[in-house]
Ligand binder design. Structure first.
Ligand SMILES: [Zn+2]
Length: 426
C-alpha cells in the first residue's frame, strides 16, 4: 500500500511541476524481454534461438506539451547458434549510443526507431583473441573485438498514449538487425518479434546478475575457496550503490556454484585460467571464479584478478582469496606493478572486485575510451592498481552513466537501493 501511495505522491509532484512549467519532465517506459523466439541468419544458414533482455524509452514533454521519444535501451542476450566456424557461444547486443530518436504517432499508435547496436558473441574471442590495449600497471582487462549492426524497431502501442499516465502499455512489434561492420561476420542478421508489457516509471533501476564460482565440494567443505567473497562483494555493492542519484544500478548475486576440481585452487598458467573460465557458463550472469591464489608472477602482472570479454554478455572474472591476504613483504616480482602508490601487503585489495565488475560493465581504465570500452574517471575505482595496492574506493557520475552490458535488466525503482551519490562528477 505504501508503494501505491508513493506513486501517487510522485505523480502529484510531477503534476505540480507541470503546472509551474518546471523541468524535468522526463518519463521512462521500460520492459524486459523473456525467451523471445528469434531467427539468426549465419554463414551456415538460418538458425532459431530465443532472446532475453530489456527495452526502454525516454519520453520527454516538450515546451508545447508535445512528446519527444528516444530509444535508450535494447539489451539482447541469446544462446549460441551453429556457424561455419563452430557454435557462436552466447550472443549479446547493446545500443551503440545512449539515445536513438524514436517516433510515436498518437493517432495510430505506431512506434518506430532506427538505431546502431554493438554485437558480440564468444566465437569472436575464440577466433580473434582480445584487443591489445597497452594498459598501464596490471594487465587485468581483456577487451573483446565487437561488431556493429544497424537496426530498426517497428511496433505498435496503444493510441493517444500520454506520458504522465501511470501503469503499463503493451508494445507489439518487430526488431530487425543487419550486420554493418563485421570482424568475424558469422552472424549476419537477426529478426525477432517482441511483445513486452512496458511500465511507466519516473526513475529506473537496472540490475546485473553475478554468479560466484568457488573451488570445493560445497559450502561445508572447510577447504573451499571463496573466503574473501563476503568482503569483496560487500565493497562492490558499496561502489555501485554510490551511483544512486545518477543512475540506479544494482548487483544481484546468485548462490555460489562449487567446482570440485582441486587443481584449480592454484592457477599456474594462462591455459589453466582459460580452462577454468570454460567450466561454468550461466547465460544471464557475469561469472566470478574465486580460487585460492595465482602463481606469483601471474598475480603480479595481472593484479591477481582480471575480467575477460569486458562489456559483453560473455564477461567472466577470475580472482582469488589472496586479494585479502597478499604475502608480506610484497613479492619482489610485483614491485613494478604498483601504479597506485607504495607496494603493500595483507588484507589489501578491498575494491578489486568492484573494479573488475566495472570492466564487466564496459568501462576502460581512465581516461579512456579504449578499444570497445567506454571512458572512465581519473582517480576513481577504475584506476588500475596492482596485486600489492588497491583500486580507489571512489565512484564517479561518469562511470555510472557509461556502464553498459547486454545482461542489464530493468527493476522497479527502490529508494532503499539507490540512495547513494557518486564521490565525484566527471
Ligand atoms: Zn582494470
Amino acid at each position: 500500500m505504501w508503494k501505491r501511495a508513493w506513486v501517487f505522491l510522485v505523480v502529484g509532484v510531477v503534476a505540480s511541476l507541470t503546472a509551474l512549467g518546471q523541468q524535468p519532465l522526463e518519463y521512462y517506459l521500460t520492459g524486459n524481454l523473456k525467451e523471445v523466439p528469434g531467427t539468426v541468419a549465419t554463414d551456415k544458414g538460418e538458425q532459431r534461438t530465443s532472446f532475453s533482455g530489456a527495452i526502454g524509452f525516454r519520453v520527454t514533454v516538450g515546451p508545447k506539451g508535445e512528446l519527444i521519444w528516444s530509444l535508450i535501451r535494447l539489451n539482447l542476450v541469446a544462446k549460441g547458434v551453429p556457424t561455419e566456424k563452430g557454435d557462436s557461444g552466447t550472443i549479446g547486443l547493446v545500443l551503440a549510443d545512449y539515445d536513438h530518436k524514436a517516433t510515436y504517432d498518437p493517432r495510430t499508435g505506431r512506434l518506430t526507431a532506427e538505431f546502431r547496436a554493438t554485437l558480440h558473441y564468444e566465437l569472436i574471442d575464440r577466433v580473434k583473441g582480445y584487443r591489445e590495449l597497452g594498459v598501464k600497471g596490471e594487465q587485468d582487462l581483456f577487451a573483446p573485438y565487437t561488431e556493429e549492426m544497424v537496426g530498426k524497431l517497428s511496433g505498435k502501442l496503444p493510441e493517444s498514449l500520454q506520458a504522465a499516465e501511470k501503469g503499463s502499455a503493451l508494445l507489439s512489434g518487430d526488431v530487425r538487425l543487419d550486420l554493418s561492420s563485421p570482424v568475424l561476420g558469422a552472424v549476419r542478421s537477426i529478426d525477432l518479434a517482441v511483445s513486452p508489457v512496458l511500465v511507466w516509471v519516473f526513475r529506473f533501476a537496472e540490475t546485473l546478475r553475478i554468479q560466484p564460482v568457488f573451488i570445493g565440494t560445497g559450502p561445508t567443505d572447510p577447504a573451499r575457496t571463496g573466503t574473501a567473497w563476503a568482503t569483496l562483494i560487500a565493497r562492490s555493492h558499496e561502489i555501485w550503490n554510490k551511483c544512486g542519484t545518477v543512475r540506479c544500478l544494482k548487483l544481484v548475486v546468485n548462490q555460489p556454484i562449487y567446482l570440485n576440481k582441486p587443481a584449480y585452487r592454484v592457477l599456474d598458467t594462462d591455459a589453466e585460467i582459460t580452462a577454468l573460465r570454460a567450466e561454468v557458463d550461466v547465460a544471464n550472469a557475469v561469472e566470478v571464479f574465486v580460487v585460492e591464489r595465482w602463481a606469483t608472477a601471474l598475480a603480479c602482472s595481472t593484479g591477481g584478478g582480471a575480467c575477460w570479454s569486458s562489456g559483453t554478455a560473455s564477461a567472466k572474472i577470475v580472482t582469488s582469496d589472496q586479494q585479502l591476504a597478499v604475502p608480506c613483504p610484497c613479492p619482489a616480482a610485483c614491485t613494478g606493478y604498483c601504479p597506485c602508490g607504495p607496494c603493500a601487503c595483507g588484507a589489501l585489495n578491498l575494491y578489486h572486485l568492484a573494479h573488475e565488475l566495472v570492466h564487466a560493465l564496459n568501462l576502460a581504465h581512465p581516461p579512456g575510451p579504449s578499444g570497445s570500452l567506454a571512458a572512465s574517471t581519473v582517480g576513481s575505482n577504475m584506476e588500475p592498481s596492482g596485486f600489492c595496492c588497491d583500486n580507489p574506493g571512489i565512484q564517479s557520475a561518469k562511470n555510472c552513466r557509461n556502464a553498459s552490458n547486454p545482461l542489464l535488466y530493468w527493476e522497479i525503482w527502490s529508494t532503499r537501493a539507490c540512495g547513494g551519490r557518486p564521490d565525484i562528477a566527471d
